[in-house]
Ligand binder design. Structure first.
Ligand code: SF4
Length: 219
């Protein structure tokens, strides 16, 4: 079953979007780690990526995922992301502190870029537009916050096209005068580690990517 691109009823404005800066971040500041704005698609994918990055960076997670078109699913994944960060902040061996920012839940933006691409298979042209939307907002947010380097957890997934994501990230970095964190996080068993850590922290792991179009195809 396919469905037409359509606007959503639920939009969470930027004023309602959440931002948490906790005092523990002083620890990273004291260590003079470089700031990084990390787009995260979900809590489970962020686990092993954060485990690697906190050694080098003072990380702020940017949860911007209007492609999760079901509002209940969106809120569930956001909660899982926040809960993981909270638990990991209390429990990581480096004493690092990760901040959290939520982007707008503007599903209209996703439906706009997906228009005409509803029937594309997962991994096709709709996904390219979806990556571009999420990473372009991440780059804008990084520029707004004065964070020079941005990246994404998306490359930890074996289902996501690392080369394409990197190409988009590099283009956006150039356009915005920023640096792209070019990492294929699935290397060195990064994906397997994310599964292990998700189990360890009792995280919900979804069985579909995010949008209704991909979900419908699975039915
Ligand atoms: S399948 Fe996933 S990556 Fe592709 S458009 Fe849908 S939510 Fe985005």
């Amino acid at each position: 079953m396919t469905r037409e691109a359509k606007p959503t009823m639920l939009n969470i404005s930027s004023s309602a979007a959440e931002s948490e800066t906790l005092s523990g971040s002083m620890c990273d500041a004291a260590l003079k780690k470089e700031p990084l704005l990390l787009h995260s698609c979900c809590g489970p994918c962020s686990t092993s990526v954060l485990e690697r990055l906190i050694e080098e960076f003072s990380v702020t997670v940017f949860y911007y995922n209007p492609n999760i078109t079901d509002p209940e699913e969106y809120l569930l994944r956001k909660t899982v992301q926040k809960d993981f960060i909270k638990a990991y902040n209390a429990n990581n061996p480096l004493g690092a502190h990760i901040n959290f920012i939520e982007g707008d839940y503007d599903t209209d933006s996703f439906y706009e870029v997906a228009r005409g691409l509803e029937s594309e298979p997962e991994g096709g042209l709709r996904c390219e537009q979806c990556f571009r939307l999420r990473l372009s907002r991440t780059a804008e947010k990084a520029a707004e916050l004065g964070i020079q380097t941005f990246g994404t957890t998306l490359t930890v997934s074996p289902y996501k096209n690392y080369k394409l994501i990197t190409k988009i990230g590099m283009e956006l970095a150039q356009q915005n005068g920023l640096s792209w964190l070019d990492r294929d996080f699935k290397k060195q068993a990064g994906y397997q580690r994310s599964i292990e850590m998700s189990k360890e922290y009792g995280l919900y792991r979804q069985h579909f990517c995010g949008c209704d179009f991909a979900r419908d195809k699975e039915k």
